[in-house]
Design a binder for this molecule. Structure first.
Ligand code: ADP
Ligand code: MG
Length: 320
């Protein structure tokens, strides 16, 4: 059994009358990427702030353990184990990137010599050597985020909270950031990532939890979440109208597109279902010109889960 880097039970938080987190359970195994996915205002930053000791949870919250430390008992130990890169950066624009790094090294009580070594190494790793002597206010959005993460890594945290690390970045910088996040995890670091982007969670996360209305609407791997909603199908496309017609009349439950000569057949895309479809086509002597498998993507899941519509056939293990 792997141990959990982050374990929280019944996380609650209200601001006045507004319930932001209404009993959220989280369990993140060490060395994995967990993504808390939710629209603007869902409570992602609030969750990050509670888990990183910046804001206290409401009474009634169950236990919270970070890196094995009980947050209520030893918040100082929790702070020692984590790094947080906020939606709003800790970078000071008035001083240079290098000075920001050295400041961080001071905060972590590194010696001058060790501080310079660590700063130089991280500036190199995050491709900031050329910019290091320039004021951080002159950096692009992507450079600022890289500096922010580099600053977070000065303390060698084993658990890193990244709150919307790619929001507002251009596609190239976003892909850059994804690469950085993957490298962090390959070093054994645990990453708790919040995002509004389904694509990002799909790309990076081992497990995803969808936060909606203060609760986890669903969680699981990207594949498990995709299986929660209908919409998977196989499409057969024909060039021969006669073949199209005979397939259309013989196959039940198909959606026809007479103009495109294509048929859409509900399917989970499993090998078993594909084989039986192919066997049937063979035995009927029908040849399709193209067969494509379409699985629902995370967008479909997200909209189904956050728009209040009910989700049929939820496999138990993927939902809380
Ligand atoms: N300090 C605060 N005081 C009052 N309301 C807050 C405070 N912080 C957050 N909120 C409210 O809590 C909700 C969730 O906010 P937040 O956690 O920032 O969401 P997200 O990060 O998912 O966009 C929002 O409605 C926000 O207005
Ligand atoms: Mg936020």
């Amino acid at each position: 059994m792997t141990s959990l880097a982050i374990a929280a039970n019944g996380l609650r938080k209200s601001y006045g009358d507004k319930v932001v987190l209404d009993g959220v359970d989280l369990a993140v195994p060490e060395g994995t990427i967990f993504s808390l996915l939710g629209p603007n205002g869902a409570g992602k930053t609030t969750a990050v702030k509670i888990l990183s000791t910046l804001v206290s949870a409401d009474p009634g919250t169950g236990s919270i353990h970070i890196g094995g430390h009980d947050l209520a008992v030893d918040p100082q130990a929790v702070r020692g184990a984590i790094g947080v890169t906020g939606q709003f950066s800790a970078v000071d624009g008035l001083i240079t990137g290098e000075e920001n790094m050295l400041l961080m090294a001071d905060l972590h009580h590194l010696s001058k010599r060790e501080g310079r070594r660590v700063a130089a190494e991280l500036l190199e790793r995050f491709d900031l050597v050329e910019a290091a002597k320039k004021p951080a206010s002159t950096y692009s959005g992507g450079m600022k985020r890289r500096l922010d993460i580099a600053m977070t890594l000065v303390g060698s945290p084993r658990i890193i909270f990244l709150d919307e690390p790619t929001t507002g970045l251009d596609p190239r910088s976003r892909h850059n950031m994804w690469q950085i996040i993957r490298e962090l995890v390959s070093d054994g670091v645990t990453v708790f990532l919040t995002t509004q982007y389904l694509e990002e969670a799909d790309e990076l996360a081992d497990r995803i939890a969808v936060l909606n209305d203060g609760r986890i609407a669903a969680q699981g791997t990207a594949e498990e979440l995709k299986r929660l909603i209908p919409g998977g199908h196989v499409r057969l496309r024909f060039t021969d109208p006669a073949a199209y017609r005979s397939a259309a009349s013989a196959l039940r439950e198909t959606t026809r597109d007479d103009e495109a000569l294509s048929l859409q057949i509900p399917s989970d895309g499993s090998q078993r279902e594909l084989r039986s479809l192919l066997d049937w086509l063979d035995s009927a002597g029908i040849e399709a010109d193209e067969l494509t498998v379409h699985t629902p993507d995370l967008d479909d899941v997200f909209f189904a889960l956050t728009s209040g519509t009910t989700v049929p056939n939820q496999p138990k293990e993927a939902v809380r």
